[in-house]
Design a protein around this ligand. Structure first.
Ligand code: SF4
Ligand code: SF4
Length: 186
């Protein structure tokens, strides 16, 4: 397998503090109402327990990205060297095709600049040998950068409950699911 950078989201570690989302927002000066990374509490139907659990989500840097395939002006590229799906804002004409086609809701519309935007995995930071801003900011290491070609854990999943199963896209993000604690009856 070729090198493919991805996010590992460890729900056992995530405390739902939103630091990752805020780091992303600050780093890229996202305008009000536009957030490239979101932190979602898992609903009780999916995680039936009083303790809370969260998923931190952004672009999945898919193997076969729907966004790239529908863009009429080639504003998306997938990097050969590490599989990162980069959105080139300067090329974007704001048609919204990518926003409508991504089943994960990753591209957002910026009403000020009148264009789409999304996580490009801080590719300029990767090129400088740094972690993405969200990964660096996470205080519990719940968000990590992994290379799927070398990744060796065995307790991760690609499609947690409630997450769209899109095998033709093959999203790269991996998740460690929360353990449901045993009920203790007294
Ligand atoms: S998650 Fe959406 S925006 Fe990101 S690469 Fe996949 S299709 Fe494109
Ligand atoms: S909104 Fe921009 S990036 Fe998305 S499909 Fe249209 S031109 Fe391409």
């Amino acid at each position: 397998m070729k090198k493919q950078y991805a996010f590992l989201v460890d729900t056992e570690r995530c405390i739902g503090c939103f630091t990752c989302a805020m780091a992303c927002r600050n780093y890229y000066h996202q305008v009000e109402g536009v957030v490239w990374r979101q932190v979602y509490p898992l609903s009780e139907e999916i995680y039936p327990h009083r303790e809370r659990a969260f998923l931190s989500l952004a672009c999945n840097h898919c193997e076969n990205p729907a966004c790239l395939n529908v863009c009429p002006v080639e504003a998306y590229t997938k990097r050969e060297e590490d599989g990162v799906v980069v959105h080139h804002q300067e090329k974007c004409i704001g048609c919204g095709n990518c926003i409508r086609s991504c089943p994960y809701g990753a591209p957002k519309y910026n009403p000020v600049e009148k264009r789409a935007e999304k996580c490009s995995l801080c590719h300029e930071r990767l090129d400088a040998g740094l972690n993405p801003a969200c990964v660096q900011a996470c205080p519990t290491d719940a968000l990590q950068l992994i290379d799927l070609a070398e990744f060796e854990r065995t307790n991760e999943v690609q499609y947690p409950a409630g997450y769209p199963r899109m095998e033709e896209l093959n999203p790269s993000t991996r998740f460690v699911l929360p353990k449901t604690p045993k009920m203790v009856r007294r």
